[in-house]
Every structure is written in structure tokens, then in C-alpha cells.
Unconditional design. Structure first.
Length: 386
């Protein structure tokens, strides 16, 4: 019977069939591979985004949890939940696993309390839980592989962040892609061989688009992992990496390198008098003032709480002290606006430079911290050199 059908097709039909069949098979194989890769990559990116959200929230909530500011924790949780439509709920727990704040509709209990990221859930829900440490939390899985990971893991745990994510939109996107794939296959079956070749090109283009989209998502996740959520400055982990790099550069090329450490004076009284929402705005304005006073090659980071650090490559100690004085005056002359008026504040600065006595990141930071301590004890709103 197959032979009779083949004979009835004629030469034109046979040529058309011979042209369409390879193209159709190629398109079918490409679509199957594409769907599998698309699903796996999107699932992987989905989990990685969830990890980044947990780790970013852990860093952002550390100071608020330490200070007992439930309002700030609730605002952070609500902000994180609203930032991503896939998030069902964000919970912050204390060290004993008791919930301090919840944003969204909680559907599951917490995962096992552990010092590493925990991933669980079932069906359409994924649960990711991470520890809140009293110092900087590694925001990138690769950091755990470094020699410093053991030190970071040893920091005390003050609480946990639990994020519940929904796979509903992820499955919807996959179903949409499945429908598109079936349409492409139908078109490839009905059209001639030259259109089938175009379909194959379209599939390859989609693969490239998916790869670029995943690359963009990874870049965004990496940026979030290196950025302080409130001020937009580099966080402690990112600043540590920049400091190590600049120290190696200073050693190799015998160039000057200065480090500034600054702290807002009486910041607790700002929170007590005006509230934490004004305190947060003071931190944002303070970060902007510091950033406006430095060069593009300098690095401004939030070290923790109201403490900030500025790394100035190619700058000697005296030059850095001049910059610090300019910053001090700018801070004193730029009060934060509030609904009832303004909130003025000042800052103290400790300035140090790379040298024989300060040739490592630890000694540089210790020298800057000691200078800042002298500035605080000396009356605040002043600069001390280390």
C-alpha cells in the first residue's frame, strides 16, 4: 500500500515530500531540544533568582533584626514580596525559628533550621530558606568554595529568611512556548521545504534569545548579590573583594591607596526622634553625598548599619584627608527633608593609607576603624588620620 501511495505522488510530489520530511524532522528535533533546554534553564534561573532574593533579604534584614526593629523588617519583607510577582510570601524568623514578620499568604511551615541555604516545597511552590548572620552573608554560591567560607559560616546566626515562590507563571510561560512550538511544527508540515529552512532559523534565533535572556537574568542576580538593598552602594562582600584587588594593585605598581571609614553621628537618636523611615532616608542621602564627592575609580560601600567605607586608589593620605573634609562639610550642609521639616546630621571620618604597617585588608580596616574611633571620642563631626 505504501508503494502504491508513493507511486501516485509522482515525481513532483516525491521531491516535495523528500524536501519537507528532512526539514520537518530537523525542526521537530530542534524544538524538542529547545523545549527541554528552555524548561531546564528557566527552572534553574527561577531557583537562582529565589536564592538571590533570600540572600539579599538576609543581608538587608540583619541590622533590623539585630536592633529589634519589627517595622523595618516588615517593610523589607513587603518590599521584597512586591518586587517579584512569583513571590507568594516572605517570612523573617528569629534564631529559634519563631516568625518575626510575614508578608503575603504563608502556606508552609519553615524548613529545617540550618546554616546553609535550604530548598524545599512541592508542586507549584518552592521554599527557599537562608540564615541571617550578624555579619555579611555570602550572596553568591561560588563564595562558599573560597577559603574564607569557613570564617563566614562561623558567624552567629540571628535569624532566617523564608521565601515561598510560585511556579505558576513559570509553567504558563512553558505552556505558551509549547503552543508556539506546536504551531511551528504545523507550519513546517504544511509549507514547502524552503519555509521549513526558515523555521529552523527561527528556532535557532529563539535559542539565542533565550540564552541572552538568561544571561541578562544572571547579570541582574549578580548585581543584586553585590548591592546594598537600601542605598544602592556595593555591599560588604563586594567591597572586601574590591579592597583585596586594589591592595594587590598597590603592591604591584607601588601606587598609593587610601581608605576612609565614616559613621553618622548619633544615628540612633535620628531613628528614635524621627522614626526608622526617616533614618532610612538619612542613610540614602548620606550615601548620595559620599558618592558625589568621589571619582568614578573610587568605591563607596555600606559596611553595616550607619557605617560606610570609601576606597580611593591612587590617592595619598593627605589627599584623602582633604576629600574626607569635603565630605564632612557636604554632609553637615545637606540635611534630610522630612514631612515636618528637616533632619540635620553630621558624620565622623577615619582616614588611613596603604603602607608597611597597613599592607593587608585587615590592617587597613583596623587602622581606619581606630582613626574613626578617635574622631568619635574627640567630639564627633571631625576627621582623624590613622
Amino acid at each position: 500500500m505504501i508503494a502504491r501511495i508513493w507511486a501516485r505522488l509522482g515525481m513532483r510530489g516525491r521531491l516535495l515530500f523528500a524536501a519537507i520530511l528532512p526539514a520537518l524532522l530537523m525542526v521537530t528535533v530542534l524544538e524538542i531540544v529547545f523545549l527541554k533546554q528552555y524548561k531546564n534553564n528557566n527552572e534553574r534561573a527561577f531557583i537562582e533568582r529565589g536564592k538571590a532574593i533570600v540572600q539579599q533579604m538576609s543581608t538587608a534584614a540583619e541590622y533590623a533584626l539585630f536592633s529589634g526593629s519589627v517595622d523595618t523588617i516588615e517593610r523589607l519583607a513587603a518590599s521584597v514580596r512586591e518586587s517579584n510577582a512569583d513571590i507568594v510570601a516572605v517570612s523573617v524568623l528569629d534564631a529559634a525559628g519563631k516568625r518575626v514578620a510575614v508578608a503575603g499568604t504563608q502556606t508552609h511551615e519553615s524548613l529545617a533550621l540550618a546554616d546553609t541555604l535550604q530548598i524545599g516545597g512541592d508542586g507549584d511552590l518552592v521554599l527557599i530558606q537562608g540564615a541571617i548572620r550578624q555579619q555579611a552573608v555570602p550572596l553568591d554560591a561560588e563564595l562558599w568554595a573560597l577559603e574564607s567560607a569557613a570564617v563566614l559560616k562561623a558567624q552567629p546566626i540571628s535569624g532566617y529568611v523564608l521565601v515561598e515562590l510560585s511556579r505558576v507563571r513559570l509553567k504558563e510561560r512553558y505552556r505558551e512556548m509549547l503552543h508556539i512550538t506546536l504551531s511551528v511544527l504545523l507550519a513546517g508540515f504544511l509549507l514547502a521545504s524552503w519555509i521549513s529552512a526558515r523555521i529552523a532559523d527561527d528556532v535557532l534565533a529563539r535559542l539565542e534569545a533565550a540564552r541572552l535572556d538568561l544571561a541578562r537574568q544572571k547579570e541582574i542576580a549578580e548585581t543584586l548579590a553585590r548591592t546594598d538593598a537600601l542605598t544602592g552602594l556595593v555591599n560588604r562582600r563586594a567591597f572586601d573583594a574590591a579592597l583585596e584587588q586594589e591592595i594587590r594593585r598597590a603592591q604591584r605598581y607601588d601606587e598609593p591607596l587610601s581608605l576612609l571609614m565614616t559613621d553618622i553621628d548619633y544615628f540612633k537618636s535620628v531613628n528614635d526622634r524621627f522614626g526608622h523611615h526617616v533614618g532610612d532616608q538619612v542613610l540614602i542621602d548620606f550615601a548620595r553625598t559620599l558618592t558625589a564627592a568621589v571619582r568614578d575609580v573610587d568605591t563607596v560601600g555600606r559596611w553595616g548599619g550607619e557605617e560606610f567605607v570609601i576606597l580611593m586608589p591612587g590617592t595619598a593620605l593627605e589627599e584623602a584627608a582633604i576629600v574626607a573634609e569635603r565630605m564632612r562639610l557636604a554632609v553637615a550642609g545637606a540635611p534630610t527633608r522630612t514631612q515636618g521639616g528637616t533632619c540635620g546630621y553630621t558624620a565622623s571620618f577615619g582616614v588611613t593609607a596603604y603602607g608597611e604597617a597597613n599592607s593587608t585588608a585587615d590592617t587597613l580596616m583596623a587602622s581606619a576603624d581606630a582613626a574613626l574611633y578617635r574622631a568619635k571620642n574627640g567630639g564627633r563631626n571631625r576627621i582623624e588620620k590613622g
